[in-house]
Design a protein around this ligand. Structure first.
Ligand SMILES: Nc1ncnc2c1ncn2[C@@H]1O[C@H](COP(=O)(O)OP(=O)(O)OP(=O)(O)O)[C@@H](O)[C@H]1O
Ligand SMILES: [Mg+2]
Length: 335
């Protein structure tokens, strides 16, 4: 009998935590649908493999965009499939759900998450602010009066928060993350190298050879797409520093947001942050040199957590397992 489960509804990944079992789902947040009937054909890895390759009768898409629900109906259908797998189809017992929302989410965006989870039969739905979950997952004692700062770089957004006494004191949430980096790479390669590449290629080249800063050690990768003029297939060699150049505008937006949060932080907490350093999470922070870049622009030592992409679901898992202790930091629908 599962009393309570945790869900990290991310832009690129959905992760689900079940007590005693741990993370039971960690899949791309992608759904493939029949274009006419809207029936779900595949979710997760299977659906992601179809992205950019579908015939007219099939649509493969991300139901989340920039950290918030872009398609209510598709997100609900996808969650229904995962929950049926975890809880079984005939559910006599309704679990409570703890699910994250971006710290900058509007009340409409929060309502959409509540409506979906309640619509799927959750007994009660608790919302946890994503940076609070990420801080918990990184091992930070969020209830302490000492200030802690976290930067979470996800696929759809970067959230920066200073946390003390169980809640957020200063924050910024910007819609710049791994996906915007991929778009910036597509743009750069098209303009500078006359090659049109797909999203999956852009993501792969970013992961394989990309960097946040110019690197002395250059890595190379062959990438393929179509020539902008002839439209014919073509391959080029792409370098680490091409990617560093391409993602610069996205990183500049993140840097701006980090600086704003530091400026908004009360002096006592700033001094704590100086002492303890800044924690970095989110899978997009795996881009080479990201911690180095953050240390340089803030003047504060910045350290990445282990398994940065799993930090948020680990934190949600901690809240699920120690519910009484964290209930205060959660919100729910007040009738
Ligand atoms: N080694 C890597 N180097 C650079 N980027 C990476 C690496 N591994 C994964 N990423 C990027 O990290 C992003 C996914 O991060 P994460 O799983 O934390 O996001 P999410 O939780 O789904 O999204 P969000 O929190 O924004 O809603 C993707 O854009 C992916 O391309
Ligand atoms: Mg995330």
């Amino acid at each position: 009998m599962i009393r309570r489960i945790g869900i990290d509804l991310g832009t690129s990944h959905i992760r689900i935590y079940v007590p005693q079992k741990g993370m039971v789902v960690n899949e791309p947040n992608v759904v493939a649908l029949n274009a006419v009937s809207q029936k779900v054909l595949a979710v997760g890895d299977e659906a992601k493999a179809m992205l950019g390759r579908t015939p007219e009768a099939i649509i493969a898409c991300y139901p989340m965009s920039d950290g918030v629900i872009a398609s209510y109906k598709i997100t609900k259908q996808m969650l229904q499939i995962y929950l049926a797998k975890i809880l079984g189809r005939l559910r006599l017992f309704k679990p409570e759900v703890i699910i994250n929302v971006p710290v900058g989410a509007t009340s409409t965006e929060k309502k959409a998450v509540l409506d979906i989870a309640e619509g799927l039969g959750a007994k009660k739905v608790y919302l946890i602010k994503s940076p609070v979950a990420a801080a918990l997952g990184s091992g930070i004692d969020i209830s302490s009066s000492m200030g802690n700062m976290i930067i979470d770089v996800g696929a759809g957004k970067t959230e920066i928060a200073v946390i003390a006494l169980g809640d957020i004191v200063a924050f910024s949430s910007v819609r710049y993350g791994g996906k915007k980096m991929d778009e910036a790479i597509i743009d750069y390669i098209r303009k500078k190298r006359n090659l049109i590449i797909g999203e999956q290629t852009a993501e792969l080249v970013k992961i394989k050879i990309g960097s946040s800063i110019t690197q002395k050690k250059d890595l190379k990768m062959e990438i393929s797409g179509s020539n902008t003029i002839s439209g014919l297939p073509e391959s080029i060699i792409c370098h680490t520093n091409d990617i560093a150049q391409a993602v610069k505008p996205v990183l500049n937006e993140i840097i701006l947001a980090v600086k704003q949060v530091l400026q908004r932080t009360p002096p006592e907490l700033s001094s704590d942050v100086m002492d303890k350093g800044i924690v970095i999470s989110g899978d997009a922070s795996n881009l080479r040199g990201f911690d180095e870049l953050m240390t340089k622009i803030t003047g504060v030592p910045c350290q990445m957590v282990e398994e940065p992409g799993l930090c948020t679901i680990k934190g949600i898992g901690i809240a699920v397992d120690n519910f009484d202790q964290f209930e205060e930091s959660l919100s729910w629908r007040k009738n």
